[in-house]
Ligand binder design. Sequence first.
Ligand code: FEO
Length: 402
Amino acid sequence: MRPVEVKKDIYWVGAVDYDIRNFHHYSRSPEGSTYNAYLVKDKKNVLFDTVNAHEFDELVKHISEIIDPESIDYIVCNHLEQDHSGALPRIVRLCKPEKIFCSPMGLKSMTNIYDTTGWPIEVVKDGDRIEIGKRHVTFLETRMLHWPDSMVSYIEEDRVLISNDAFGQNIACPQRFADECTHEQLLTAMKGYYYNIVLPYSANVLKTIARVTEMGLAIDVIAPDHGVIFRTPEDVAFVLNSYKDFAAQKPMKRAVVVYESMWGGTAKMASAVADGFEAADVPCTLINLQTCHCSDVMTAMADASAVVFGSATRNNMPMANMMACLANMKGLRPLNRVGGAFGTYGWSGEAPKMIAQALADMKFDLPAEPLKCYFNPGADDLAACRRLGEDVAAALKAKCGE
Ligand code: FEO
């Protein structure tokens, strides 16, 4: 990769990580990811964010193609999570910046994660504005979008919003701009990213977009720290509208059946539940937790408001991957969902009830009783599974206003 000019004297200098498949150790990233950093050449040369520690050389290589890294005057740390700050200590040593800007909570993270002795840190608050030459940069705190320290940087004269994690996508590709990709490709990546990282902060997303609109900030470019950059009016509108849609979590007429089977009985039940959805004309996909990751379930939920979970009972509880899937989902706080629970058992069969309770705790609508079946489902059991699918489908359709 080479550095890429985003606007005159504003460059992408980040790194493309084609290898990463386990983003932050909690979400699959089947398309890899990027750590975007931006360099602005002005009276003060400013580096916005860095990259993951292992991409330090790539960052320095890109900066060096534009300016001598030692001529960087300011570093802006919009967020201290290590995918953006991992290279910071070595960059600070190399560049010896005059100032390092971060939010008040960023200071707390920075001094906790790194030995910042002697670092020229300057804390900026929401709305603070600095001059860097011909340009002015305004900092807007975006607390809990998605960390307490998160902020974004707005370059006034160029109408560029460096948005850090907001509006990101896990994509590794040679393209740097959204207009070089299809919206379909981008939507898939944006949904996976949003549903596994940003979802619990959906209210903050809507608040932030409303605030930017109220402030009348003209935005030509949204430059996130992951994925491609949005630089056309169509693409800026596309990403903002997509985020509004994701945050609203309006009911979507699709279903997912998530299951974990021990000896195949629960898998048969899952298939019959899916048949019930199909009979009710609700498209349904199956996710087997023995082969898929819990982040795949969240990604699927970006298109599906009905989710039915099935697990065999093992040692009086759902199987381990199902427990992990439910715990992961609870933290991500999905809204407006319809669900159901089922599973086979050999001894006692507590799993479906426990799953149903977990879903009730997440405020799922549960139109049918949890369904359990002894070991190997027979014709009557499978018919009951199909009815479960149909019942959940009917509740979903009602939720969708049909
Ligand atoms: Fe991309 Fe919250 O780090």
